[in-house]
Design a protein around this ligand. Structure first.
Ligand code: ACM
Ligand code: ZN
Length: 535
């Protein structure tokens, strides 16, 4: 390992690595150091500093005599300051921060709440690891190396997805998932709440979505799609619980982006309301995996009204900028045979072209109506890349998940895109080809392959301006427990965070890999399960 790489990993094992780091001589002793911040700081920001100060004093073990105190001052003279000094600075890019560590002070400048949170995550990573739990710990060298760190994210969309339909994860596990996302500066939680195998979100106007659609009569065993374990399975989140998760995430600087997958992946909804399908059913909540042929019928106005009602409730519930409407893997066989769908196609004057079938244009019509209803609620629409097939209305955002071709086409047509190619970003895939890996999706995704992901590879600078960011997806067909979920997530999440945050020049596999060893210790302290990286 190069000497500099080794030194940086040893003294500043920060993940994701900051854009600019300068290590200088000497160190700062944080034990008992006072906290100072200027009086423009808000209540939420103050609470975060109080938490940090509290943890620091707790793990120093001398709370009464050396507990840091936060003093509010009208102005702070940074040059004279001692201890930790936190200053708001509108000149720093959104979500960014600057940390200067001298022998006397740690001065932190930040432009906004998220910048403060990100600076705290970095500070924790350069302090003794007991700062994560606040547990009293002896025999620690209380030193922060003198350095200057200037940092801001490469991308504004740094997402992690979770499929809570195939398997349901309780609120407490979702919060734990959010906690580890925040540690690595991710800021979008894409919550996949509906699919063929279970509808997980309370909708007041359609109560059977959760009463009936929230539960299935068993689950297929491993990859034998014709089997059934005979165990009734399900669950859903009440609106109150959703609000609780949204608030919890916001406090961590994370926006929750819900997904209502439509017009395919809807068997759970159809089991509850068969009148919204082409055949009228009956349907059951699906007990096996794959792409179901049964989809919603956009030929029936009642179905369109249903979708508009659901999205209205969703838009009212979630304060986020984007609502995800799925759009992936919608087979068109039923629409081809359905008199209502064909009548709608005729009424709209849709025709087959070289580019797409009339049924694909019918899906564009569904997407455009969803975009209108979301627009009327001040929301933007985002969907999987299949929404691009045919003719996508301007203003939509595309999530590219396949080989990147449709993502590239979307970028070139001027749509905003979030890159989430399965080759680098599908965390349901096994982490090696070993037969000891737990059952996973159809591919393999080792840690290094996640690390190598460059979301703008192959694009000009101008095109890259349409790439909002990157995300990994965690589909849960084969993941029934929280322990298994964390095993699939970690430490690939850490590798993802560098692909999302760092400029390409700041990435360095050896430095990352050396730092990761310290982070695995932090995960142990916090009680996360993870896959041990290969040597
Ligand atoms: C997907 O993996 N069907 C988006
Ligand atoms: Zn139909």
């Amino acid at each position: 390992m190069k000497l500099l790489t080794f030194l940086l990993a040893a003294f500043l094992p920060i993940i994701p690595y900051p854009q600019e780091v300068e290590l200088t001589k000497g160190s700062f002793n944080p034990k008992g150091a006072p906290f100072t911040c200027d009086s423009s700081i808000g209540e939420k920001e103050y609470a975060q500093l109080a938490l940090l100060a509290d943890n620091l004093s707790n793990c120093c073990g001398k709370r009464s005599s050396i507990a840091p105190t936060i003093r509010l001052k009208a102005t702070v003279d940074a040059g004279q300051a001692r201890g930790f000094v936190f200053l708001k600075d509108g000149g720093i890019p959104a979500e960014g921060y600057v940390i200067e560590v001298s022998r006397k002070a740690v001065t932190v400048r930040f432009p906004d709440y998220k910048g403060l949170l990100n600076s705290i995550q970095t500070l924790k990573q350069i302090m003794p690891v007991c700062i994560y739990t606040g547990a009293p710990t002896d025999g620690i060298r209380w030193e922060i190396p003198c350095c200057t760190i200037k940092d801001a994210p490469r991308f504004g969309w740094r997402g992690m997805h979770l499929d809570c339909s195939r398997h349901f994860f309780p609120v407490e596990e979702v919060k734990k998932y959010l906690d580890v996302m925040a540690m690595y500066k991710l800021n979008k939680f894409h919550w996949h709440l509906t699919d063929d195998q279970g509808w997980r979100l309370e909708i007041e106007k359609y109560p059977r979505l959760t009463e009936t659609g929230g539960f299935r009569d068993g689950t297929c065993i491993a990859k034998d799609m014709d089997s059934n374990d005979g165990i009734r399975y399900g669950g859903f989140y009440t609106k109150e619980q959703i609000r609780e998760v949204i608030a919890y995430a916001a406090n961590l600087g994370i926006e929750v982006v819900p997904e209502i997958d439509l017009p395919g992946h809807m068997r759970a909804a159809l089991a509850a309301y068969p009148e919204f399908g082409c055949t009228g059913g009956p349907y059951t909540v699906w007990t096996s995996w794959g792409v179901a042929q049964e989809v919603l019928c956009p030929g029936k106005e009642g179905t369109m009204q249903f979708l508009e009602d659901v999205l209205s409730e969703v838009a009212d519930l979630f304060p986020c900028e984007y609502i995800h409407v799925g759009g992936d893997e919608c087979p068109k066989d039923e629409w081809k045979k359905c008199p209502d769908c064909q009548a709608r196609i005729a009424e709209l004057g849709l025709k087959d072209t070289k580019k797409a079938t009339k049924e694909q244009y019918l899906q564009n019509y569904v997407t455009a109506r969803m975009q209108q209803v979301l627009g009327s609620k001040g929301k933007k629409l985002i969907g999987w890349e299949e929404i691009m097939e045919g003719e996508l209305a301007p203003g939509a955002t595309v999530m590219s998940w396949k080989d990147g071709k449709l993502g590239a086409e979307a970028v070139r047509k001027g749509f905003d895109v979030v890159m989430t190619p399965y080759e680098h970003c599908y965390f349901d895939f096994a982490q090696s080809d070993s037969k000891d890996e737990p059952l996973g999706g159809w591919g393999t995704l080792p840690l290094k392959k996640v690390y190598e992901f460059n979301p703008t590879r192959g694009f000009t600078d101008e095109e890259a301006g349409h790439i909002l960011g990157a995300q990994a997806n965690l589909w849960t067909e084969y993941i029934p427990t929280s322990e298994h979920l964390e095993y699939m997530l970690l430490p690939r999440l850490q590798a993802l965070s560098e692909a999302q945050w760092c400029s390409n020049g700041a990435k360095d596999w050896q430095r990352f890999r050396a730092s990761l060893e310290i982070h695995l210790g932090i995960l142990d302290l916090l009680g996360y399960n993870y896959r041990k990286p290969d040597r």
